[in-house]
Write a protein that binds this ligand. Structure first.
Ligand SMILES: CCCCC/C=C/C(=O)SCCNC(=O)CCNC(=O)[C@H](O)C(C)(C)COP(=O)(O)OP(=O)(O)OC[C@H]1O[C@@H](n2cnc3c(N)ncnc32)[C@H](O)[C@@H]1OP(=O)(O)O
Ligand SMILES: NC(=O)C1=CN([C@@H]2O[C@H](COP(=O)(O)OP(=O)(O)OC[C@H]3O[C@@H](n4cnc5c(N)ncnc54)[C@H](OP(=O)(O)O)[C@@H]3O)[C@@H](O)[C@H]2O)C=CC1
Length: 286
């Protein structure tokens, strides 16, 4: 479990080349971090990638990274909280790249804060991006797939704290838990239309694009947290690309409503000898 097998580390493909050839994949928040890593893997397998997010800088960075690897990518301006922008984004992607066949609901907002200090607007910002944004994009996607009489795949990006909560991140944990439940409702509702809805719950996946509030407070960074993960390491972003492409591929045609956890065993690491409990007010003093 420690480290990647050499063939995988060298970039050997899991799915056949061209698995997503001719398919348009929309990744919300696809210009940075995990969204970009997933977009790159879809592009490597032939997908045309629409990177949909608010920041022109983020979109341009993501598009350049995919094009530099020979892939096809376009940036689309989108705030997932706004239903009109969502509709326009799907129409624009369709004009430029063709109808969206795979949707990755990856966009998220999060910042560490003690719950009693979280403002109503701060709560709303995170819940609207994560939960409402996922619903609005999923609805726009499914309405278009159903109208065309064609199948599709949705993948919602969660976090392993959908179980057990996350002190200091109550807004994000509640919203992600809502998305998990939404995944299950929509999977059943849209199965007769050939639309699969799954979820991917990452553990700790450090990358260079972390939003300032989400950077590790440890001087040695997130990488050093590997000692508390049963697998003895943090995740590599490419590994999320492999999981995401499998779940959205025809090889997973019978998989829907599923939450796939990818965390090196971190979520299960509970024992009667847990370290001393440290209240969140001591971890986030102000
Ligand atoms: C490696 C460990 C990872 C663990 C799991 C990770 C999960 C993740 O979800 S990582 C994804 C994190 N990425 C991002 O958050 C990027 C996008 N984030 C944002 O755009 C902002 O942080 C946002 C969520 C606040 C939304 O931006 P915007 O719509 O522009 O909202 P405002 O800046 O106007 O703020 C709204 C509201 O929130 C309050 N607020 C913002 N930051 C903080 C903070 N650090 N602490 C406390 N409160 C904060 C802000 O003050 C506003 O409230 P009011 O002042 O009451 O109006
Ligand atoms: N990194 C990790 O260890 C973990 C990450 N996750 C999840 O993985 C996903 C990616 O996180 P990560 O890559 O680390 O974080 P990033 O901050 O790098 O990515 C978040 C992305 O969301 C986009 N975004 C935020 N708000 C909106 C909005 N209103 N409309 C459209 N796009 C928006 C941002 O783009 P822009 O600013 O251009 O709008 C940004 O590209 C998230 O769902 C996160 O919760 C879960 C567990 C662990």
């Amino acid at each position: 479990m420690n480290g990647l097998p050499p063939a995988l580390a060298a970039g050997l493909a899991m799915l056949p080349d061209g698995t997503f050839a001719g398919k348009t994949v929309m990744v919300t928040g696809g210009g940075t971090g995990l969204g970009l890593a997933m977009g790159r893997e879809f592009a490597r397998l032939g997908g045309r990638i629409a990177i949909a997010s608010r920041s022109e800088e983020h979109r341009a960075k993501g598009v350049a990274a995919i094009r530099a690897e020979g892939g096809i990518a376009e940036g689309i301006a989108l705030d997932v909280r706004d239903a009109d922008q969502v509709a326009l984004a799907f129409d624009t992607v369709e004009e430029r790249l063709g109808p969206v066949e795979v949707l990755i609901n990856n966009a998220a907002g999060n910042f560490p804060v003690r719950a009693e200090k979280l403002s109503p607007n701060g709560w709303r910002a995170v819940v609207d991006i994560v939960l409402t944004g996922t619903f609005l994009c999923s609805k726009a996607f499914a309405a278009r797939r159903v109208a065309r009489g064609e199948s599709g795949a949705i993948l919602n990006i969660l976090a392993t704290y959908v179980d057990g909560g996350a002190p200091g991140h109550a807004h994000s944990a509640a919203a992600k838990a809502g998305v998990r439940n939404l995944t299950e409702s929509l999977a059943i509702e849209w199965a007769p239309d050939g639309i699969r809805v799954n979820a991917l719950a990452p553990g700790l996946f450090p990358h260079d694009d972390h939003a300032p509030a989400m950077r590790s407070r440890r001087p040695d960074g997130y990488e050093a947290e590997k000692t508390r993960i049963p697998a003895g390491r943090v995740g590599k972003t490419q590994e999320l690309g492999w999981a995401a492409t499998y779940l959205c591929s025809p090889y997973a045609a019978f998989v829907t409503g599923h939450m796939f956890v990818i965390d090196g065993g971190d979520r299960l690491n509970r024992s009667i000898r847990n370290p001393e409990f440290e209240p969140i007010r001591d971890q986030l003093p102000d």
